[in-house]
Design a protein around this ligand. Sequence first.
Ligand code: PMV
Length: 333
Amino acid sequence: MTTATATAHANIALVKYWGKRDAERMLPATSSLSLTLDAFHTTTTVDLTDGADVDVALDGEALTGAALTKVQRFVDLVRGRDDVDPDVARRGARISSANTVPTGAGLASSASGFAALAGATAAAYGLDLTPRDLSRLARRGSGSASRSVFGDFVVWHAGDLEDPERGDLTSFAEPVPAAAGLDVAMAVVVLDAGPKSIGSREAMARTVATSPYFPAWVQHTEVDVREAEAAIAAGDLERLGDLAEASAMRMHATMLAARPAVRYLAPASLEVLDAVLGLRAAGTGAWATMDAGPNVKVLCAREDLDAVARVLADSGRRRVIPARPGPGLAVTR
Ligand code: PMV
């Protein structure tokens, strides 16, 4: 097979991933847990070429510089595998990718992007990987991409902490079984769709190296993942929402304690956090989470989504995108 197309949806972590223990193998310091969303996806086509070069177009524009190098390294990872036919491995690729996620705005474009790239590249180079191995492969492009291989609630295991080789084999994502009737949704408040001030890779490395709160973050996150799994299994949205908001706050606290501080939240983010407190005070279950950007995503029951989105939009002052749980990676050859 020399051409393949894959579609992957973005995911938003409810228990966050922040910090690597092995940057080369993309092994995280902790496990994390997410919800895949239907509202944002990336579709990527990989066409093998006769030459050896790898060209990439993102939303019709040729990728250059560090962004291109990152994709080329990822393709080399696939081409360098023992299980790829040597004649096929020599071939280059023309890659085109279309995003419905505003790139680089903390709306997890790297997650859907690298999950789709993993699916399409593996298939184009003739690999037939299990979802678990696709998740391990996507992880090498961007950690959070490991989770976008699956739909709905997903856990990404930190993997074996002692031995890096075993860590690579055991750090993958998989679906989290949910109680029937746990119908969730997310209102995504888009405050700034522009590029972010500092990339998550550099910001994580700085946090790990300089934040005195980082060890506490690691310790609490493993506990939070287990509790979130239990809340999902029990269908306890309030417990899950509470854990999710606490995890987001702690992640931002640990990066604010880095030197220099890493700050993604803007004044407008805090205004949304106040609105979420207001919703809860008025008796509506709504819980906020924020990633590597100013946008705020608000978890709620599906039946409350319209009402929550209306309040957060604040009479049209803010752009709110309603989202529901989305599907896992789909590859067509
Ligand atoms: O894998 P990256 O570089 O997209 O890192 C994502 C980190 C956060 O979005 C902030 C948290 C998470 O778990 O997705």
